[in-house]
Design a protein around this ligand. Structure first.
Ligand code: ATP
Length: 238
C-alpha cells in the first residue's frame, strides 16, 4: 500500500529505569526517503534507533515497520525483512577478517547472490578488497566505518539506520562516507541518518526531525530546517 509509511513511530516513549530518554515521539519515513534525525548529545537519537530495530522495547507507543509492530518480531526477523542498522561505534568483529565481517552481514540470506553482492561491496570500497584477509580490528576508523556499511549492505537493506557514521573521522573520510550514503539512497534504499553534523545531515536529507531532551522540537523539509533561524542558532553555529 503506497499510503502506508515504511516506518512509523506513534507516541513512542522509552525509559532506562526511571530516566525518560524518549518522551512521546511521532515520526515516519516513506519508502525512498532520506530522513535525518539531529539533536545534541543525549537528545535520545541512539535510543530511538535501538527501539526502531527492536533492540529496546518502548515503555509505551508503537514502532511499525512495513505495517507490522516491531516489538512482536525478533531483531533477526527485522533484519531478514530489510531493517538494518549500522550502530554507533560500528560494531565490527575486530578479530575476524574483513571478508568474514562482510559475510556476517549476509548470514540470514538464502539466495544465491551473496558472492555477487560481496564483489559489488569490494568494488565500492577498494581499500577493503585490497585487505580482505586482514583482521578488521587493524583497520583505521574510516575503514571500519566502511566495513560496517558494507556489512549492512550485504543484508540487502530496505531501510538503513545509520547512527553517527562520521563521528570521529577525518574530513576527507567524512566526505567519502556521505558520498556512500547518498549513493546507497540513490539506488533505492530508504535511509534514516542520525548525525551530530547537522549541516551535512540537512544538506543530504529530504526531510529531518530535531530531537531535544527526548522530544521532537522541529520537523520539516531539509530546506525549511536549513533556513530556520532556531535551527541555525542551535545546531548550525550561526
Ligand atoms: P549521543 O550523541 O550521545 O549518542 P543521543 O541523542 O543518541 O546522544 P541517547 O544515547 O539516546 O542520546 O541518550 C538519551 C538519554 O538516555 C541520555 O540522557 C542518556 O544519558 C540516557 N541513556 C542512554 N543510554 C542509557 C543507558 N543504557 N542507561 C541509562 N541511561 C541511558
Amino acid at each position: 500500500n503506497a499510503a502506508t509509511p515504511l516506518l512509523e513511530l506513534r507516541d513512542v516513549r522509552i525509559a532506562y529505569g526511571g530516566i525518560q530518554a524518549v518522551k512521546g515521539l511521532n515520526l515516519h519515513l516513506n519508502a525512498g526517503e532520506l530522513v535525518s534525525l539531529i539533536g545534541a548529545n543525549g537528545a535520545g537519537k541512539s535510543t530511538t534507533l535501538k527501539a526502531i530495530c527492536g533492540l529496546l522495547a518502548p515503555s509505551s507507543g508503537e514502532v511499525r515497520y512495513l505495517g507490522q509492530a516491531v516489538h512482536a518480531q525478533g531483531p533477526w526477523e527485522l533484519v531478514a525483512q530489510g531493517l538494518v542498522m549500522v550502530p554507533e561505534g560500528r560494531g565490527i568483529f575486530a578479530r575476524m577478517s574483513i571478508d568474514e565481517n562482510l559475510r556476517m552481514g549476509a548470514y540470514l540470506r538464502r539466495d544465491g547472490e551473496v558472492e555477487a553482492d560481496i564483489a559489488s561491496v569490494y568494488q565500492r570500497f577498494p581499500r577493503l578488497k585490497e585487505r580482505h584477509r586482514q583482521l578488521a580490528g587493524t583497520l583505521s576508523g574510516g575503514e571500519q566505518q566502511m566495513l560496517a556499511m558494507g556489512r549492512a549492505l550485504l543484508a540487502r537493506p530496505k531501510l538503513l539506520l545509520l547512527d553517527e557514521p562520521t563521528m570521529g573521522l577525518a574530513p576527507i573520510i567524512v566526505d567519502q562516507i556521505f558520498e556512500v550514503v547518498r549513493d546507497v539512497h540513490r539506488q533505492g534504499v530508504t535511509v534514516l541518518l542520525v548525525e551530530q553534523n547537522a549541516q551535512r545531515a540537512l544538506e543530504m536529507a529530504d526531510r529531518a526531525y530535531v530531537l531535544d531532551s527526548g522530544e521532537l522540537v522541529l520537523q520539516g523539509t531539509a530546506r525549511e530546517l536549513l533556513n530556520d533561524a532556531r535551527v541555525q542558532a542551535a545546531y548550525l553555529g550561526a
